[in-house]
Ligand binder design. Sequence first.
Ligand code: FAD
Length: 340
Amino acid sequence: ISLASQNFLESLGVWQMMPAERRNPVRQMEVHGDLDGVIVLDAQESQMLELAYIVESGEIENALYNALKVYGVPWIDDTFKSFEQWQGQIECGSGQIIKAKLLIGADGARSTVRQACSIRHEFKAYGDTGLVAQLNVEKPHLDTAVQWFGDFGVLAFLPLPDTQDGHQVSMVWSAPQHLAAKYQAMSPEELAERLPPALQAIAQRRLGELSLRSPMFGFPLTFESSGMIGPSVALVGDAAHRVHPLAGQGLNLGLGDVETLCKILIERESVRDINDLRLLQRYRNQRAEAIFNMRFATDGLYRLFAIRSPMVAMARNAGLKVVDKMPFLKKYFVRSAAGN
Ligand SMILES: Cc1cc2nc3c(=O)[nH]c(=O)nc-3n(C[C@H](O)[C@H](O)[C@H](O)COP(=O)(O)OP(=O)(O)OC[C@H]3O[C@@H](n4cnc5c(N)ncnc54)[C@H](O)[C@@H]3O)c2cc1C
């Protein structure tokens, strides 16, 4: 969660509903290239207390659900099926009909809203798989998020709060298909035995002994982009765009959509209804730059590290080292990580 997303959730009273002991600040980010290049971004160097927070998605979902109850927002336990724009009617999976002037599709990358409303959608598979699991680690993570680029893809250890079992991190490994398939095919016992040494080799035993703390899940990684709006319809989050998880910014981008859309709807001119096409166009236009920049940064970084030439590897690692010696540029990256 970037600081911009934190501020937004705080303004809604949702941040305060997440147990403080389950939110871990990130005070340092360390990015290792595939040779000896490394960049360290430090909150203190930029006169900040933290760069971001790591919060498990379940905690965010619980807090959002509780906020709906507190604010008295009705929760309809059903699925979306279709939308009759001209009559302002939504048909649910159960057959129930709901009246709605504006439909907001927040239904993820395989969005039924997007499909039902024929909103343009482009899709490209990276061919990699995002493997996620929680790990017990021997040494404290010191609120540092560490990321390694290499032939193995991109491996990140994100700091989680300590529990009575000791120190923990969340693993996000964007692994090439052959590697991901190898680990996904293993039984839980075999995985518990063979994954930790493979991770230790990449992380150079940085956090000491590792062990699996949760099952491992895999997600095919895709780059997706859509038209964002249709008549009386707006898409937010992964329904509207999907980026590579290497920057850990997918959810932040979605929360940025929600914040912008809310602001436009709240501040609309009195002559405009909430489904006015002008408002929806405003929303699309105001989000265009942030979404373009995030796509450009994540896709560009992914492509840069996918080039296997030794010359390019030397150049990109030299680039990391140069940036690491430039406080001004590092402050710029820190501000970007914070969502400013
Ligand atoms: C491996 C991996 C690691 C990631 N790590 C990070 C990270 O560290 N930080 C970060 O910010 N982002 C990260 N992301 C991205 C982040 O997970 C997504 O951007 C975020 O979950 C998108 O949220 P969303 O609500 O738009 O979609 P989703 O999380 O996909 O939620 C969509 C919801 O809609 C529901 N739904 C679907 N269809 C229907 C229907 N027809 N009717 C009703 N409901 C429906 C689904 O059940 C689901 O609850 C990561 C992604 C991957 C793959």
